[in-house]
Structures are given as structure tokens and as C-alpha cells.
Write a protein that binds this ligand. Structure first.
Ligand code: ZN
Length: 623
């Protein structure tokens, strides 16, 4: 075990050297370096006092590191003001200066089993270590201080393997410890309870025949959904999802065990495996939180959970989860869809419109009456646009009412009604009722039939601003669709103020983007006009994949908007009952940029990728 060559630990850079390196690498502005240098000592003392006041125990009461001090200033990155210089980035630079490998910790690549079976939680917490992977007689360990030889020796003794030490920030390591040990130990404790206190299979040879399931049922019932360990496990699961920007959590029963998967930026990742005996309790707990009938296991159910994404995430913003169950072959499967208000309610300029489009859109919504339509396929961000718009115009002086199917997110300022066909609460019946409720602004989830279209237009005609969505591909064809729904062309002309078609495109990860030039074929596929008889040389960005984007090369999403202004020219064509192509030509002559044109703009600006532009403007349109 002592084959490790004795190494003399390199001198850690001073905080000034570190700050200079951060400026040199373009992470920090010289102005901010000077400010940190001048106030570092004061800030360190301040952080230390804060910690003592919060009565952090054990390792967490350590003296603040240089990286922690620098990160606590929250200065924006010199290269990207929307992001700030965090502890991880500082430690990465520190590691580079000391010639030690830096560990990008990707929670989804970790093995909870390896971590919890290698070191105990108190040990991991006290020494700030987390095992990453093992193989070939070695084990890679992320450590806050990779030069702590005593600790490395101790780890080699415990694991019987050669330790390869990597450097990571204290914050990143402590977060993993909380999540992994928190979830794992809760599940293990719950499992032990089911198995009657003894760890390991207390019922050897038990498989999942019906007989055994019946036999086990009683045992499983001993562990209640209100059991502290189960409650904790579900809490950890939710925090983990919020921290990793997951949009959906899938809890799935398999033949031998339960599997938890999470969708992040559109891709499902397996996160945890749960012993089969604990799964029903976890499922019951989630059902209980969603106010479902816990005893009903054979019928699909749906419900909601409203929760504060605080604690692990930081600020206590409210997050809504829509939960549904499905009785599958090996038990109930649960899917939790996460509705984060930060994603659904944004400031209008953050939707992703270019200034020209935003200017036209703001003109539409400033109107006291009229019909504004947002169109696009499912998952194109229509809800975000409508909710964000409503919030932008909902002042205490106006009455906003909505009829939705279903309510995507509950917002206090809106008076929201959910469609319930059984009791005749539908789009058209509610529209009629609304008119007696003195509304100023009405939002109708979707116009899908002639009756709804008729009432929506009536409301717009009688002095209300009506917002709704339609299921069409682009904005010109929306006008034609209104006519097909039986709306008189004169009514279209006197009510319609604008149409917005939209798509959501994933953005290129700024952390791993590289430049590339589109091939002639790619340029042709996007129908980009030739220049001087040749396809233009178009430089675009592509993400190579890094831990931040989990190897996808994409991070976050942006809206692509086609904003059609109902100009005099467009009105004339509506009166002539012209087709969508003619309306499109006129709208473009009047300044409209098509979805494709706007998407190509975002491609050329390095915001989104070629594949995304093809996905949202070529594939979706040909459907
Ligand atoms: Zn990346």
C-alpha cells in the first residue's frame, strides 16, 4: 500500500497570486480583483463570524478558504456577466496552479453504493472527501485538500487501494455528501425497518412470485409512508432534482428493485436504485404529499405538490410538482413533473425575443382589447409566454381571469379556473361566465373548436384583451385556421392584434463550445440564401460536452419567435380570404421574420446549435 511515491506538497498560491491568475484567465475583472484584495481579510472574518453564529458543527466550522472568500463576493464572470465567479471555478484554477487534477463532480456519474460503502458519513464530512470511482486497485477520491498525506494514508488503509487524490471545492463535496448519504441512509434505514432490524436479505430466496408478494405485503405495511426515514428519502430526492435542474422525476418499479430516473435538458438519467421493499413506502409518501388516495393502487391518479425548493437549493422559492401514477406490471410507477416558477414566469425580455419582435409584442399587449394568439406544438413554451405576459400586464387595477386545461401553474394574481368536462366547466361555458365577471384580460388555454373561437372573438370585440393558443405551425396559417373555425373575416380583422408562433431551442453550453463551419449541405438544408452563387461560410457553435452540460453540449433553452403584426396589408388579404402563403409574403414584406430566419440568427450568434435549429424548424414543421 505504501507504493505511493512520497510527494512534497507544492506551496499553495497566496490569495493575491490566485486573484491575479483569475484575472489572467479572463474570469475576473481587474477592478473586482482590487476590491477583493482590499477587503479579503475583513470578508474572511465576516464569514467566520457567520459560521460560528450559525453554529456549524464539526468540519463545517473550518476557517474559510481563499476560494470561499473570493466566491463570497459574488462578482460576475469577466466573460459572461449572467454568471458569477463561484467557488468551483476558483478551486479549479487553484488546482491547476498547484499541479493537481481537479475533479468535476457530476452527481449523475457518482456511485452512491461506492461512496457509502467506502467511507462513513461522519468521516466524509469531517475530512471533506468523496470517492468518485474505483478500479485496478486504485480509487479516485475528490478532496478539499489533496495534499493531506495523513488523510490519504488513512484512506488507503481503509480501502486497501491506492488513492488518487483530486481537488474539488468544499461546497461541491459537502453537497454530494448531504445528498448521497442523506438519501442512501434514509433508504437503508427504512429497509432495515422492513427487514426487522437486520441488514441484508432476511428472507433468503424470496423472489417476486405472487405468493411472496402477498406474504411480504404485511411486512411492507409495517413501514409507513409517514416513517421518518421515508419522509427524509423523498425530501432528498426532491432536493436532488431541484439542484440538478431536472424537469421530471420517474420512480419506476422493476422486477428486482426500484429505479429513479430524472430528465435533465431533455435526457433521462438513472440516478438511484431503491430496494424493492422500500419502494411502496416511497410511492405512498409521494401519493400522500400529492393528496391522492394512498390505498388506491390499481387506477391511475394525478395530483400536485407545492414545495419550497429551499435548503439544498438555497433560496426558498416555491416549486410546483404535478404528479401522476400508473399501475404498471411490477407496481405503481410515479412521474413527477417539476414546474419551476423561475422557468414559467420570466420577464418578457428574457423569453428570448429579439428587440424588433419584443417591441411589436409589447405593442400588442398594451392594447386594451383585441385577440392575441400564441401558437406552436406541445412543449414549445407557449405557457411560459402566456403566463409571463399575464404577469407583466396584471396590475392591481385590472382583473385577469383564465380558463385552462389543466392549470399549468397556480399564480395568485390570476383568477384561474380549470376545465372540468363532467360539470360542464369548459372553454366556451366559462368564457360566457367570465363576461359577467367584469374582466379586463382573459386567457383561454386553447382554442380548439368553433364555439370557443366564437366566444373568444366576442369577448375581444366587447372591450377585453383575450390571449389564447392555437395548434398551428406558424403565424400566417393561424389566421387561416381561425377562418376554418368559422370566425367571420370581418371579425378577424376587427379583433386580431397579433399572432406569435414559437419554438424552444436548447442553447449551446457556453462552457465547452467550439466553433465550426457549416457544410454546404447543412447550409442548403436550412435554406440560407446563396451569396454570389455560393453558399455563405457560416461559423456556428457546438458544445463538445463537459460535466456542466452532462456531456450533451447543450445547457438551458431559448425561445424562437415569429411575430406577425396585423398590418393594413395583412388585413386586406384576410378580407380577400387569401391563403397562408400569401399572408406570409405580405407579413414578411411588412417586416416579419420567420421562425427559420430567427433560428438561423441565433445559430449564427452561437446561441443554439445546427441540430437544434433543424429539430425545431425543419422536423417539427414537416410533421
Ligand atoms: Zn458543456
Amino acid at each position: 500500500m505504501n507504493s505511493r511515491p512520497p510527494q512534497t506538497s507544492p506551496r499553495a498560491p497566496t490569495i493575491i497570486e490566485l486573484l491575479d491568475a483569475l484575472v489572467g484567465l479572463g474570469h475576473l475583472k481587474p477592478l473586482h480583483r482590487d476590491e477583493i484584495a482590499a477587503r479579503a481579510m475583513q470578508q474572511r472574518a465576516h464569514l467566520q463570524r457567520q459560521r460560528l453564529a450559525a453554529r456549524f458543527h464539526g468540519a463545517e466550522a473550518h476557517e474559510p478558504t481563499d476560494a470561499e472568500v473570493i466566491a463570497s463576493f459574488h462578482f460576475p464572470l469577466a466573460t459572461d456577466a449572467s454568471d458569477h465567479l463561484d467557488e468551483d471555478r476558483v478551486v479549479e484554477v487553484q488546482a491547476r496552479m498547484m499541479g493537481v487534477p481537479y475533479a468535476h463532480i457530476d452527481p449523475l456519474k457518482l456511485s452512491p453504493d461506492l461512496i457509502t460503502s467506502t467511507v462513513s458519513r461522519p468521516f466524509a464530512r469531517r475530512h471533506c472527501v468523496v470517492p468518485l470511482e474505483s478500479g485496478d486497485g486504485t480509487i479516485r477520491v475528490a478532496m478539499a485538500d489533496p495534499f493531506d498525506e495523513t488523510l490519504v494514508d488513512e484512506l488507503e488503509r481503509i480501502t486497501g487501494r491506492r488513492v488518487e487524490a483530486l481537488m474539488a471545492s468544499r461546497k461541491a463535496i459537502q453537497k454530494i455528501i448531504t445528498e448521497v448519504y442523506g438519501f442512501q441512509s434514509s433508504v437503508t434505514a427504512a429497509e432495515e425497518q422492513v427487514r426487522g432490524g437486520s441488514k441484508g436479505p432476511a428472507q433468503p430466496g424470496v423472489d417476486l412470485g405472487n405468493l411472496e408478494q402477498y406474504f411480504r405485503l404485511k411486512k411492507v405495511d409495517e413501514i409507513e409512508a409517514t416513517d421518518r426515514h421515508v419522509v427524509n428519502a423523498v425530501e432528498y430526492l426532491l432536493h436532488y432534482a431541484f439542484d440538478n435542474r431536472a424537469s421530471d422525476i420517474h420512480v419506476e418499479p422493476r422486477r428486482e428493485e426500484g429505479v429513479v430516473r430524472m430528465r435533465i435538458d431533455g435526457v433521462l438519467h438513472e440516478v438511484y436504485r431503491i430496494p424493492k421493499v422500500v419502494l411502496p413506502a416511497i410511492v405512498s409518501r409521494i401519493k400522500m404529499m400529492s393528496r391522492m388516495d394512498v390505498a388506491e393502487r390499481r387506477k391511475p391518479q394525478d395530483g400536485r405538490i407545492k414545495t419550497a425548493a429551499g435548503a439544498a437549493g438555497g433560496e426558498g422559492r416555491e416549486v410546483e410538482l404535478r404528479v401522476s401514477t400508473l399501475p404498471a406490471a411490477f407496481g405503481e410507477k410515479i412521474v413527477l413533473r417539476i414546474f419551476d416558477p423561475e422557468q414559467i414566469l420570466v420577464d418578457l425580455p428574457d423569453l428570448g425575443m429579439y428587440p424588433e419582435e419584443l417591441e411589436a409584442y409589447e405593442r400588442f399587449i398594451a392594447r386594451p382589447n383585441g385577440l392575441l394568439l400564441v401558437t406552436g406544438p406541445t412543449g414549445s413554451g407557449k405557457t411560459t409566454t402566456l403566463y409571463s405576459t399575464l404577469r407583466a400586464i396584471a396590475t392591481p387595477q385590472v382583473n385577469v381571469v383564465t380558463i385552462e386545461d389543466p392549470i399549468e401553474m397556480v399564480v395568485e394574481e390570476f383568477n384561474q379556473v380549470a376545465v372540468q368536462h363532467k360539470i360542464d366547466v369548459t372553454f366556451p361555458t366559462m368564457l360566457r361566465t367570465f363576461l359577467r365577471q367584469d374582466p379586463d384580460i382573459i386567457m383561454v388555454g386553447e382554442i380548439r373548436d368553433a364555439e370557443t373561437a366564437e366566444y373568444a372573438v366576442q369577448a375581444a370585440l366587447t372591450g377585453h384583451l383575450v390571449l389564447s393558443t392555437l395548434h398551428t405551425n406558424d403565424s400566417p396559417s393561424t389566421i387561416v385556421r381561425l377562418r376554418e373555425l368559422g370566425v367571420d373575416k370581418f371579425l378577424v380583422n376587427s379583433t386580431l392584434v397579433g399572432v406569435v408562433a414559437q419554438r424552444l431551442a436548447r442553447k449551446v453550453c457556453q462552457n465547452c463550445k467550439v466553433e465550426e463551419t457549416l457544410t454546404a449541405d447543412q447550409v442548403a438544408l436550412l435554406e440560407i440564401p446563396m451569396r454570389g452563387g455560393r453558399p455563405p461560410e457560416l461559423k456556428v457553435a457546438r458544445g463538445e460536452g463537459c460535466p456542466r452540460c452532462r456531456g450533451t453540449g447543450l445547457f438551458g433553452r431559448t425561445g424562437i419567435f415569429e411575430v406577425l403584426d396585423v398590418t393594413d396589408g395583412v388585413r386586406r388579404l384576410v378580407a380577400e380570404e387569401a391563403d397562408a402563403a400569401s399572408i406570409a409574403r405580405q407579413a414578411r414584406a411588412d417586416g416579419m421574420r420567420t421562425l427559420r430566419e430567427v433560428a438561423v440568427h441565433k445559430l449564427a450568434a452561437g446561441i443554439t446549435s445546427f441540430n437544434e435549429v433543424v429539430r425545431v424548424t425543419v422536423q417539427e414543421e414537416s410533421r
